[in-house]
Ligand binder design. Structure first.
Ligand SMILES: NC(=O)c1ccc[n+]([C@@H]2O[C@H](COP(=O)([O-])OP(=O)(O)OC[C@H]3O[C@@H](n4cnc5c(N)ncnc54)[C@H](O)[C@@H]3O)[C@@H](O)[C@H]2O)c1
Length: 289
């Protein structure tokens, strides 16, 4: 795919995986607009990446329909169109723990960003992209956790990402059935350990959706514990270069894949086991225990 001259939008692009996507897009010649809730980080990223190409930042809260509309209005008024839309912003309600120790506010916050934020981003932009009639691609960021199988101690996050994957699959099918030149893809970040702000996602949690009770201590929720779990499963546990990850996504997009990201094939055996268990009416195996 030719990226030069394309207008790309990346939500949650101020840091982490989204920043890697922005670097890749700029490197390949696209013009990028980042929407992110963390304004100081957003400004710092825009300043740092300006030497790579044309990039600007707009404050965005993907959980707010109004914020999304204002974001899209600004882009259509200034850049004039959107060719590539990355619905990437996401959080984890964090801390792990037993499913019944999660609170409704954990669900509300996680789903407001990961599910309603992703769907809202698509609902805000896709009709405008379709009306423009040009070619376009929508890429949602899901996770192997939920997209492939749930990590049981991350029940809320896994459920949110299962929703993102399912929604994106439905979207891709429906787009294919139309004359539209817009496609949909889902991105599963992976290839090793991702040292991003997701581990401290609580920094962006709104006061009104705070937990009521303190979270009980839970295993598998620190970077070190997660690393040990990956090693135990024989999965890659080296820290991933996020700029490389962004490039890998664009390469997979070039190849016309629906699922973007490294090491998808490593999920093959687990997916077969899951399919067999489901077809036999049994509880399918999970990703991590
Ligand atoms: N880090 C991982 O291990 C991992 C694995 C699989 C999938 N993911 C997914 O990758 C995506 C990026 O996460 P990351 O790991 O880079 O974390 P990150 O915290 O570094 O990046 C997330 C970005 O989203 C922004 N954000 C948070 N809430 C927002 C809101 N309401 N509106 C707009 N922006 C908001 C944050 O400010 C941040 O810049 C997420 O969807 C995440 O679920 C991460």
């Amino acid at each position: 795919m030719e990226y030069a001259g394309k207008i790309a939008v990346v939500t949650g692009g101020a840091g982490g995986i989204g920043r890697g996507l922005v670097v890749a897009l700029l490197t390949r010649g696209a013009q990028v607009v980042i929407g992110d809730i963390e304004v100081p980080q957003l400004n710092a990223t825009v300043e740092a990446l300006s030497e790579l190409g044309q990039v600007r930042g707009i404050r965005l809260d993907v959980s707010s329909g109004e914020s999304l509309e204002a974001f899209a209005d600004d882009i259509y008024a200034n850049e004039g169109r959107v060719d590539l839309l990355f619905a990437n912003a996401g959080v984890t309600s964090g801390g792990g723990g037993l499913p019944w120790e999660q609170e409704l506010n954990d669900w509300r916050w996680c789903f407001s960003v990961n599910v309603f934020g992703c769907a809202g981003t698509v609902l805000t932009f896709l009709p405008r992209m379709l009306a423009a009639g040009g070619e376009g691609e929508i890429i949602t960021t899901s996770s192997g956790d939920g997209g492939v199988a749930p990590v049981p101690h991350a029940s809320v996050y896994a459920a949110s990402k299962a929703a993102v994957s399912c929604f994106t699959e439905a979207l891709a099918h429906q787009l294919q059935k139309t004359e539209a030149k817009v496609g949909a893809h889902v991105f599963y970040p992976g290839g090793g350990l991702l040292d991003t702000g997701l581990w401290t996602a609580q920094r962006n949690r709104p006061e009104e959706l705070a937990r009521v009770k303190p979270r009980p201590p839970a295993p598998g929720t620190t970077f070190a514990e997660f690393k040990a779990q990956l090693e135990q499963l024989g999965l890659p546990a080296d820290v991933v270069d996020l700029d490389w990850l962004g490039m890998k996504v664009l390469e997979d997009l070039d190849e016309g894949k629906f699922i973007l990201g490294p090491n998808i094939e490593k999920f093959g055996p687990l997916l077969h086991e899951r399919a067999d268990a489901i077809a036999a009416g049994q509880l399918p195996p999970t990703l991590l225990h």
